[in-house]
Design a protein around this ligand. Structure first.
Ligand SMILES: [Zn+2]
Length: 81
């Protein structure tokens, strides 16, 4: 795997666990740096979404039931900017 392939997979599947992906990050300092930045961003995004969903669930307890479609959830998140 070269750097371009690594960066592409990092953008599309930052939690990838295939051998060439993991091997490259151990061999290439530039891509290690890029991976740390990407995972840091993913963690911040996850924390923000988790906080927002918890806040919505507290205000509107029935709103996040499992019968709602993902597109409805996406619209709900998008509506909050
Ligand atoms: Zn690289």
């Amino acid at each position: 795997m070269n750097c371009k392939e690594f960066r592409h997979q990092l953008l599309t599947d930052p939690y990838g666990d295939d051998a060439p992906f993991l091997e490259h990050v151990h061999l290439c300092p530039e891509c290690t740096h890029a991976a740390k930045q990407a995972l840091g961003f993913e963690q911040k995004l996850r924390a923000a979404l988790t906080a927002e969903l918890a806040s919505t669930a507290c205000r509107e307890p029935g709103r996040l039931d499992s019968t709602r479609s993902p597109s409805a959830l996406r619209r709900a998140i998008g509506a909050r900017g």
